[in-house]
Design a protein around this ligand. Sequence first.
Ligand SMILES: [Zn+2]
Length: 373
Amino acid sequence: MTTFAHRITATDGAARTGLLQTAHGDIATPAFMPVGTAGTVKAMTADAVRATGADIVLGNTYHLMLRPGAERVASLGGLHRFMDWPGPILTDSGGFQVMSLAKLRKLDPDGVTFQSHLDGSTHRLTPARSIEIQHLLDATITMALDECTSFPATHDEAHASMQLSMRWAERSRDAFRQRDGYGLFGIVQGSIYPDLRAASARALTTIGFDGYAVGGLAIGEGQATTFTVLDATVPHLPTDAPRYLMGVGTPDDLIGAVQRGIDMFDCVIPTRAGRTARAYTSRGVFNLRNARFADDAAPLDTACFCLACTRHSRAYLHHLFKAEEILGPMLLTWHNVHYYQDLMRGLRAAIASRGLEAFASATRAAWAPEELS
Ligand SMILES: [Zn+2]
């Protein structure tokens, strides 16, 4: 028997570290989930993703429902087998991508109707259908369907949008089939307004979820506001359940959010940056297209033990990007995901030894400003 349980083993201030036990294996928290949009973490094999130390990856319901289709994935044995990732998978609800990618979308009180950005075909997503799709994909962690409130929004707009999301959260809960080791997360909305965030957190807690996500952030409000919203939200969430900050962020964002009690993250930054020659390292951010790397025989990051850093030079990576060789994005994506996992390992160890403040200061100080590009 596997239960879906978050066992917190140490705390340091508001930060916590522990183990989330699931049907597909344990997740060390705080955890960073590489984004595997369409059944692949772009430019990486599943083995390579595992080798970075990632315990869990994210799949996108919107992309997978349109192509190859949730029923097809189910008939092929589920997303774990389909993408050769036996470990835990979290799928989003599809709502965010419907709003950002789909054409001719129309929102109503029961769901959203939209046209595929691929072929213009019409589809409908309701709370029950989103949960069903995620069930077909065999998601370890299923997300409730919500409406990501656009930014900026007035208090009235954010209130109405949050209330719709809370009704959908209840319908999502009703549609979810509880299974051993599987979990359903609710999503706190409420834009930048502390009273709405608190009300949303309380409404979700009343419904009762296996974990709680904070959504509708990192959409242009800025880091200071993101942190202010977290400060107004986290105290209203249950202590033991995992807390997931959706779509965040830079290494600096992750440190600040962990300090505020967040346990899980996902973001396209490390993978997207890897395809555009941007390297996240222990010394800051590099752009490997920069001509100053053409003759640089040093490893990208001497503190990193990924394939790119142990076997290759900055000059070689620079050359791969200049020559538009596909190995460039592959190696740099591997490195960036590895760096993010190194950061999470460091954060977990620092919380366990009650040295989070010192770790955060030292990590930030090492990001040399003159290297930023
Ligand atoms: Zn590396």
